[in-house]
Ligand binder design. Structure first.
Ligand code: UD1
Ligand code: CA
Length: 451
């Protein structure tokens, strides 16, 4: 039997934020979501989140995450005090308790699995993860012999100068035999620099206590301030980019691009500098993205080119070309082989195959058939100041430069709209529509002379 407890009650004073620390985002997921994900493969019987500071907000953020129990720690008197809150809910529980600090988001699933397996194989009372850090400032130091037996953990602020030179640091990830831990938890004292109850003090009370050193020290990075948050973001971004480069994506300048866990690429995608992929964005084979583009929850087909553009909650079918300087807003659906050019904004609209919206247009709440040519500066006037209305343009139609289509309006197939028209009425298929003042020409015009 395995229970997992995530310590997420602390305020995160050093973040200097209104947001509880465990809700800070890293590559689009919160710290606590990442910590929970790192033990998913273990399929624990129980998953307990210890909450305290802004408990409701933390709980709400995990509303979609099934199978969580929330235990309140009030006030927050240290990590040992946090785990003491489990004495009641875990009374009689027979098995191991995996304790994860809520601010250690880079652990790999595999590492946690190895920790639990090692713990079970050795029969230790506690096994904890450790690493040798180049700069262990702020972390607890692990004192252990050559066989991996731990005698004690001493917090950085409680260390003597000699103890501080020990670079073996405590990750804040422990696998305990629950009944043995439960027996010593009530004995914790607050006799330390912070006057708190430290979970780390239980390690000296439990025998045998073992540690497992992780090879990749980055995995145990804890986040106490925004500098560490940025360092962890850099580690995650590097992991994501390396993963996708191995899968066949070219990054021309990898360090200038950011990804999210939910980003997916096909093969032979080229990503130019300064591109950002957020949420669940999918990019098909052979696309060429960037430079300078932002894609968020976007669905991009194959062979699409996107240059200096923003695509959000929109889908783009195969072989479209977008930009430079286009914005596809939520609800935009481009059919295959469309062309969207500079200074064009499209929202809540379906654009048929092969249609072109090449210059300076706003298309909102519209449905365009296939092969429509939207002239430069064409605007769908979709908003009457109160309600939004739809514009429909049939296949093969052409709008002249600077035309305004006042919605609701329906243009049939193969309609031609004269340049400079303002149309307020429906136009049947095959018609030419003019909606502008007739041109007046006065021949041999004599300008007035000075009096
Ligand atoms: C802790 C460890 C330290 C380790 C480091 C690894 C202790 C005493 N020290 O230090 O040995 O090297 O993590 O990152 O455990 N929390 C609560 N309730 C509380 C206090 C904290 O739930 O009353 C939670 C926090 O929200 C956080 C986690 O416990 O997620 C760790 O607390 P934090 O104050 O960051 O501990 P560190 O000083 O980093
Ligand atoms: Ca910490």
């Amino acid at each position: 039997m395995l229970a997992v407890a995530v310590l997420a009650a602390g305020k995160g004073t050093r973040m200097k934020s209104d947001l509880p620390k465990v809700l800070q985002p890293l590559a689009g997921a919160t710290l606590v979501e990442r910590v929970l994900a790192s033990c998913r493969a273990l399929q624990p019987e129980r998953q307990i989140l210890i909450v305290g500071h802004q408990a409701e907000r933390v709980e709400q953020s995990l509303a979609a995450h099934g199978g969580l129990e929330f235990v309140l720690q009030q006030p927050q008197n240290g990590t040992g005090h946090a785990v003491q809150q489990l004495l009641a809910p875990l009374q009689g529980f027979q098995g191991d308790l995996l304790v994860l600090n809520g601010d250690v988001p880079l652990l790999r699933e595999h590492t946690i699995q190895t920790l639990v397996e090692t713990h079970r194989a050795s029969g230790a009372a506690v096994t904890l993860l450790s690493a040798r850090l180049a700069d262990p400032t702020g972390y607890g130091r692990v004192f252990a012999d050559g066989e991996g037996n731990v005698s004690a953990i001493v917090e950085h602020r409680d260390c003597t100068d000699a103890q501080r030179s020990n670079d073996l640091t405590n990750a804040g990830i422990y696998c305990f035999n629950w009944s043995k831990l439960a027996a010593v938890l009530p004995q914790l004292s607050s006799d330390n620099d912070q006057g708190e109850l430290y979970l780390t003090d239980t390690v000296a009370m439990l025998r045998p206590a073992m540690h497992l050193e992780v090879a990749d020290a980055d995995e145990i990075n804890g986040i106490n301030d925004r500098i560490q948050l940025a360092q962890c973001e850099a580690v995650i971004q590097e992991r994501l980019r390396r993963h996708w480069m191995r899968e066949g994506v070219t990054f021309v300048d990898p360090a200038s691009c950011t990804l999210s866990d939910g980003t997916r690429f096909g093969r032979d995608v080229v990503v130019e500098p300064q591109c950002h992929f957020r949420g669940n964005t999918r990019v098909g084979d052979g696309c060429h993205i960037g430079p300078g583009s932002l894609l968020e929850n976007a669905e991009i087909g194959q062979g699409v080119e996107i240059l200096h553009s923003v695509v959000r909650e929109a889908s783009v079918a195969d072989h479209c070309a977008i930009g430079p300087y286009a914005q596809l807003r939520p609800g935009t659906q481009l059919g295959p082989q469309c062309r969207v050019g500079n200074f064009v904004e499209i929202k809540q609209s379906q654009i048929g195959a092969g249609s072109k919206v090449n210059h300076l247009s706003y298309i909102g709440d519209a449905e365009l058939g296939a092969g429509v040519n939207v002239g430069a500066g064409t605007i769908t006037a979709n908003y009457d100041g109160v309600n939004k209305h739809r514009t429909v343009i049939g296949a093969g139609s052409k709008t002249g430069a600077n035309s305004v289509l006042v919605a609701p309006i329906n243009l049939g197939a193969n309609v031609t709209v004269a340049a400079g028209s303002t149309l307020t009425k429906d136009v049947p298929a095959g018609a030419l529509a003019l909606g502008r003042a007739r041109q007046l020409v006065k021949e041999n015009w004599q300008p007035p002379s000075r009096t």
